[in-house]
Design a protein. Structure first.
Length: 309
């Protein structure tokens, strides 16, 4: 297959579903529709949902499926322009100044132009995504935007509206082709409407039992069928309880993998108690499920699966 064909965007929602499935990402039609529209309209895609539901994996699947590089900006509290966009190579600049002084060069304007040139520019993820060279623009993942502050959100408005960034010393750098922008947030705080208006939006929810079982069959093919069914039923029931942090799909996969490594063919109270640390990440939740509540859930799902045949 030629690189030109690999870079082609899906021509329909069904092709989008097939592209994601080819990368072992099982999406519902609603999600595939908004991804298809974002690709066709060249609009950023804003994905919101609980941690662990697979938002980040969407960007990775698109990167692999479309044969495009993935550029990831992992957001965190205190993220600034120097870390996200660009900064100047200060040591190299100082070296040039000293060399110029040693050579007796006195043209300050020429020296300043040399100091603030592409040669001394350190490109961070935003600038890398906008100024990427190649046959096709990259997939640009802005991950967990809710961890940053409103000032950084405001900065992103120019990037998301016009796919450009302004560097005072160099001017405006505009993308030759807009990158495929995927923004994720776990909704630990609200993102400003001005940013959301520039994007298409989708809430990524936990999968239903049938979809989660299909995911497990893809991701943990070595797991026994009965074990996979019990794991999915157990996790689905946990999500209906008022836990401090519900397990995501990633934790379901981890738990099934751990149980398979232990050669378990089905769930039992002792195994659940011993392996809860792969599924739940807070001691309060683990202590609660290790009690009678966890055994009651296991008894209920055994009865339900037996009744379902």
């Amino acid at each position: 297959m030629s690189s030109d064909i690999q870079h082609l965007l899906p021509a329909s929602i069904d092709e989008t579903l097939a592209l994601l499935e080819g990368q072992d990402y099982l999406a519902g039609r609603g999600l595939a529709t908004v991804i298809f529209l974002a690709l066709r309209m060249k609009r950023p895609l804003f994905l919101e949902g609980e941690a662990g539901v697979g938002k980040t994996e969407i960007a990775k699947a698109l990167s692999r499926g479309l044969n495009r590089p993935l550029i990831r900006l992992q957001c965190y509290e205190g993220l600034d322009v120097a870390s996200a966009v660009y900064e100047w190579n200060f040591p190299a600049q100082m070296l040039d100044i000293r060399l110029a002084e040693a050579a007796g060069l006195a043209d300050r304007d020429r020296l300043e132009t040399s100091l603030y040139s592409e040669r001394h520019l350190i490109r961070r993820p935003v600038l890398q995504a906008l100024a990427a060279a190649g046959e096709a623009a990259p997939v640009f993942l802005i991950d967990e935007l809710d961890r940053t502050d409103e000032a950084f959100e405001a900065f992103l408005l120019e990037v998301l509206s016009d796919f450009q960034v302004t560097i005072p010393e160099l001017g405006t750098i505009r993308a030759a082709e807009p990158p495929i922008v995927i923004i994720t947030t776990n909704r630990t705080r609200e993102i400003h409407d001005a940013l959301k208006r520039r994007c298409l939006y989708h809430w990524v929810d936990y999968p239903d039992a049938a979809q989660e079982l299909a995911i497990l069959k893809r991701k943990v093919p070595g797991a026994a069928t009965a074990l996979s069914q019990q794991v999915v039923a157990y996790v689905q029931r946990l999500r209906t309880i008022d836990l401090f942090k519900n397990p995501g799909v990633a934790e379901t996969i981890d738990w099934a993998t751990a149980l398979t490594e232990l050669d378990r063919l089905a769930l039992d109270p002792e195994t659940i108690s011993d392996t809860l640390g792969t599924l739940l990440k807070y001691q309060e939740d683990i202590a609660r499920i290790r009690g009678g509540e966890g055994e009651a859930i296991l008894s209920d799902i055994r009865a339900e699966l037996l009744a379902a045949g």
